[in-house]
Design a protein around this ligand. Sequence first.
Ligand code: WT7
Length: 654
Amino acid sequence: MTEALPFDERYIPSLNEYLQYYEKSLDDLEGFWDGNARQLKWYRYWDVVLDRSNPPFYKWFVGGETNINLNALDRWVGTSLENRVAYYWVGEDGSRRTISYRELFREVNRFSFVLKEFIGVGKGDTVTLYLPMIPELPISMLSIARIGAIHSVVFSGFSSAALAERIVDAESKVVVTADGFYRRGNIINLKERVDEAVAMARDRGVDVEKVIVVKRLDGNVKMHMNRDYWYHELMAEAPQKVYVPPEKMKSTDILFILYTSGTTGKPKGIMHSVGGYMTYIYNVFKWNWDPRPEDIYWCAADIGWITGHTYIVYGPLMHNMTSIMYEGAPDYPKPDIIWRIVEEYGVNTFYTSPTLLRLLRKYGDKWIENVDLSSLRILGTVGEPINPDVWKWYYEKIGRNACPIVDTWWQTETGAAMLSPAPGIALVPLKPGSATLPLPGIVADVIKEDGSRSEPGEKGYLVVKEPWPGMLMGIWGDPDRYINTYWSRFSDPEKGIWIYYPADYAVRDSDGYFWILGRADEVLKIAGHRIGTIELEDAIITHPAVSEAAVVGAPDPVKGELPIAVVTLKEGYTPSEELAEEIKETVRRVIGPIATPKKVVFVNKLPKTRSGKIMRRIIIAMLHDRPIGDTSTLEDPSAVEELKEAIESLKKSF
Ligand code: WT7
């Protein structure tokens, strides 16, 4: 394993100091979280910190009442901190907006009024948000939370079909969207996609009654009478200085749902709680970024993913931070746009993904030579394992050997980081490519198939052995799937043992550092985004020519992994370039551009077991030049020969 780096200027690493804090947190786990939750505002404190009576349905801060608005907004208003900037918004077209906490508070109160009084959204209702990176997205999220409703944000890069599926599953009667937005100079017409999605949802029995449309472009879109309303017109009708008291929510109520991919075709609606999520992310944000009052902070993710929920919206607002919110692509108009923004605003903390770093590194260092990056103090990364050489580039070229790299391992399900350095407590010595150690209160381990602990250097499965406040409450509408997906693999309910299984391979080194090795299930990480292979296969077989499809991930130097589709065709169809393009187009249409396969490979037979299960591992082994292993269960061994040829010629085309 790589040696720890010599380090540092402002942060002097001290493993012992960190470990002392960490171990103390575990001495009395519930007392630890109790104390941390009390740093926040609640309407009523809890009777029980953690209710373990019905595992794995753990309940945090039972009896507690709060609203995340109290801590993200109301807390700052009427104090000297209300004029701090909450967001510097940077549009792709160069436009700028500055929003203070006071202004954000006003907007949120007015939109809360609009949702409640004009639209009729009530406590517990779900509202789907399909918005680009504009301030109205956090405004909508906060407003929905304020009135006790549940938001479900859908990434604006998803297709109308993907949006429809999420509207139907969440049974949303209200959607908030925009007319469109800019992407690499092109106009994306979001409203059109919403119209399609609403029609699809209706066919599946869910009637969207109201659509609120934010005007980001020229507003030249079709509006449906008595269903579609302009955001700015509704806001103009609300009283200027209305105050809507934040609804008293139970700690165990749902704050939001966010869909993520799993190993079946149907995305999972991950539910996060009001009190537990709030408590966890408040603390983790502090440990990750060591926030200071004068900081300028930038998490360059999209709010459509959990990273944006936690690290662009709720986390920074609960710390009265000033954030950059950026609408555009990371390399448009030029590959230095990110660093230009860092320079312009004097960004101190910057958080992004390995994919973005690989992309910007590829353009060459000439794009960073003429920008001043000296304001940077802490750098973060998330979403996939970071290659040690990319880590070093980030550390040396962007961080000028002076900024800790905070590699945060976590998931949609965990609420915020779980394994990562914590410069806000005490920095541990860093190792390029390792997310280092578990955060306080997190009992993580690496275990083998049989449940015993892996030896140092021995690959195993990452697990979490104690509940934590930021954990998901469950899967919307599917409690069994919650148990089966996360709590079945290594738990032993009869012995009262409950172990959370994130489905990542990991290894620990002799210093106890964790190294994440990638997904252990049939889920891909495409540019850090999580897409299930079955979801992709389901999309591909909607093409009329396709009989069967097997999707696997192939390594990609920038995006980490890209899908390769191996397909068989129905009688009467022959393979062609055009057909391959059509199949790619189908995936774009059904899921969205991020999921587009890199290549489509045609074969006569897929490698399948006698029971009909597709053996993806054989395709994966061929792609990686690894031995294909045991093929005794193969239904038809001739499938392997044909496949091998097809994969070999595919590899030549990379
Ligand atoms: C999966 C979760 C959590 C925000 C973004 C992704 C992978 C995440 C790291 C990291 C190695 C990582 C894991 C995890 N992952 N962070 N620092 N090092 N792998 O959220 O879409 O729910 O994906 O992303 O495979 O299980 P997500």
